[in-house]
Design a binder for this molecule. Structure first.
Ligand code: AVJ
Length: 325
């Protein structure tokens, strides 16, 4: 790891992972009729690496489409955000999208990358600090589904703006998303902003290919959760007895990822036994898709007003700018 640039501040770690992981896993896998587990547990170091691989896949259009929108409209976004802003990124900023936005923003007061994966965050924060030597970087390791405080920053902050790329908001149920958006609007405060990536509704066949790619990278990303529970929770999942599935739920406009048991089996988690019938699944992730109207309505409940929307020519993906009244 290169020497740490002096404009990269110490990582603030407020996450309480291990015992929480075990309790959440036992609680979720004991649920009837549908076993579930939070998608946040997909993102250990291996999971984050596999997700980076997913972003390179032909079938997985969101990342490259969002990057093309950022490249085309970053100046307009910077115009909407204005000067002397504090940019708080929900996610560690490892993506090119962040660099494109940081280049366009006019005399940004500071940048706060925030992620649940401390290792991933530290690397990304130091890279950003090296690429933008005049930018104060304040990495925060936190779980953004819970309220958290921002670190003290140097300089004048005229406006706090949250940056939430990747349509990660789509991973939450509507109720959870409304809570997260409320946390964001509370933290950004009156006059604050939100620049967010929102994946749009489209042909379910396109979506199923994007979440079940021909190379099996997404399958590995999903199955990695079983490896992680074996590694960190001393479980004894037989990965080869589970199959990855991506299902489109029309009523809820979402893709659902499942790990389906291919035979009856019993798995041990600590001193708890979890049994699976053939075909029974663990629901591991949702990816909700929106229209401008459905997202504006959801964000409106959290106090946001839609200001501007940028889309790609196929209207596959959008980046929206909203403000807190
Ligand atoms: C990072 C949450 C936006 O839901 O599209 C990619 C994660 N899951 N392939 C998404 C993901 C399967 C991705 N997000």
């Amino acid at each position: 790891m290169p020497t740490k640039p002096e404009n990269a501040n110490e990582l603030l770690d407020v996450s309480t992972a291990d015992e929480e992981f075990l309790n959440d896993a036992i609680e979720g896998l004991s649920r009837k009729p549908q076993k579930t587990i939070s998608p946040k547990y997909l993102y250990d170091k291996r999971g984050s690496e596999l997700f980076d691989d997913i972003c390179e896949l032909d079938e997985y259009y969101p990342t490259r489409t969002e990057i093309s929108i950022m490249r085309q409209y970053a100046d307009e976004m910077a115009e909407a955000i204005g000067t002397e802003a504090l940019l708080v990124e929900y996610g560690s900023g490892s993506s090119m999208k962040t660099g494109t936005l940081l280049k366009a923003l006019k005399n940004l007061t500071g940048y706060v990358p925030m992620d649940i994966s401390g290792e991933h965050l530290e690397e990304a924060a130091q890279r950003i600090a090296a690429d933008f030597p005049n930018l104060h970087v304040y990495p925060v390791c936190a779980d953004f589904t819970q309220p958290f405080d921002l670190p003290p920053v140097e300089g004048t902050v005229r406006r706090r703006v949250a940056y939430f790329p990747g349509s990660t908001i789509g991973n939450f149920t509507k109720a959870q998303a409304a809570d997260v958006l409320k946390h964001i609007s509370d933290l950004m405060g009156s006059g604050g902003g939100l620049l967010i990536g929102v994946d749009l509704e489209k042909d379910p066949e396109v979506l199923k290919r994007a979440y079940d790619d021909s190379k099996g990278v997404t399958a590995n990303f999903n199955l990695n959760l079983l490896d992680r529970m074996n590694r960190e929770l001393d479980a004894n999942f037989d990965r080869s007895a589970f199959e990855h599935q991506a299902r489109y739920n029309h009523d809820l406009s979402r893709i659902e990822m499942h790990l389906v048991a291919e035979k009856p089996q019993t798995v041990r988690l600590d001193d708890t036994e979890i049994s699976f019938n053939t075909g029974e699944s663990i629901h591991t992730e949702n990816s909700h898709k929106f229209t401008e109207e459905t997202f504006a309505e959801l964000a409106g409940e959290a106090g946001f007003t839609l200001v501007k929307v940028w889309k790609d020519p196929r209207a596959y993906f959008s980046v929206m700018y909203l403000e807190v009244a």
